[in-house]
Design a protein around this ligand. Structure first.
Ligand SMILES: [Mn+2]
Length: 323
């Protein structure tokens, strides 16, 4: 992808809001922080805005304390750069983005992207938006220092599951190697992002594993997180990170699902596939989206109704061998 088109923005504009989706993951936060710092290096005013809290495990990243939700009437800029968000709703500004910034730039690697920007730099061949920001900075001749490097590194290892997923490419491995040369310590980032767990998270996992069910001749595994479990253990939404992998890792399983009961009578559904099912298509059927092997959607409750609906659809895909 040619990122040089971004160059003209730097000559024409001076103020930027850099943002990403709610429930931010390491790619969202890492790429927002990296691009914010890079724009500042280029002499621009850049504001990192995410309309949600930064999960505790990403607070080791430099400048992460500066990320905060949008403040109407205060936060103004000429350009809004939206990172890692397949549609504008997931940014949760709750108003037209052009009411905040006249120009919207959409940089993303999701397969389903609604192209909501005035400029859309969207390419699903990148492992992460962090990897895209790396190439963007190269094309802008902005020097990548240690602080930017650790943010980009976190982006890439989050989305590739520590270079284990199918989106791990020679390109992203080369980028990671360069970031390590710049001083990033893989062991330290790994400890922060993947290992450290709150006690509440482990107590919640104990409950959630009790709900594990396997069906479709062993090809489908699913788990449920109820509101009661969240209250009982005192866990937070971010504490459920990675739970779905317990279902996905079971031998013979093709599709793994996690159902998370929400406050507003809605149910959040996460999908993972191992080999041949394209779960982004299933998620899209229910108004969500994502990647071929990792996707999600939110559907109307109650929980049992939502499960029935989703499981029927997944079973259809598994039975018909649809891809
Ligand atoms: Mn991403």
């Amino acid at each position: 992808m040619d990122f040089s088109i971004f160059k003209s923005l730097l000559t024409e504009y001076n103020s930027f809001i850099v943002t990403s989706h709610v429930m931010p993951d390491g790619d969202a936060i890492g790429s927002v922080l990296a691009l914010t710092m890079a724009l500042e290096k280029a002499g621009k005013r850049a504001l990192p805005v995410i309309n949600d809290a930064v999960p505790k495990k990403y607070r080791f990243l430099p400048r992460s304390q500066n990320v905060r939700p949008f403040i109407p009437e205060v936060d103004k800029a000429e350009v809004m750069v939206c990172l890692d968000s397949g549609d504008s709703e997931r940014l949760e500004f709750k108003r037209d983005l052009r009411d905040i910034c006249p120009l919207v730039v959409n940089i993303d690697h999701h397969r389903s992207n609604s192209m909501y920007g005035d400029l859309n730099l969207v390419d699903d061949s990148y492992s992460s938006v962090g990897e895209m920001v790396y190439f963007l900075l190269k094309s802008l001749d902005i020097n990548i220092d240690y602080d930017i490097a650790i943010c980009l590194y976190t982006s890439i290892i989050t989305d590739t599951g520590s270079v284990k997923y199918s989106n791990t490419t020679p390109s992203c491995l080369r980028v990671l190697a360069e970031l390590v040369e710049l001083g990033v310590r893989p062991d330290i980032v790994n400890r922060e992002v993947f290992e450290k767990k709150s006690l509440e998270s482990v107590m919640l996992l104990k409950e959630v594993l009790g709900t594990l069910k396997v069906s479709a001749g062993g090809k489908l595994a699913y788990m449920t997180v109820t509101k009661d479990m969240m209250i009982k253990t005192g866990a937070r939404e971010e504490d459920t990170d990675g739970f779905i992998n317990y279902a996905r890792e079971i031998e013979g399983v093709e599709v793994a699902i996690i159902f998370k009961e929400q406050d507003n009578l809605k149910v959040k559904v996460g999908f993972r596939a191992n080999q041949w099912v394209d779960v982004s298509k299933i998620a899209e059927e229910f108004g969500g989206g994502g990647h071929v092997k990792a996707a999600g959607c939110t559907v109307k409750g109650p929980l049992d109704k939502a499960q029935e609906l989703i499981l029927a659809s997944v079973n259809k895909y598994l039975k018909e061998g649809l891809q």
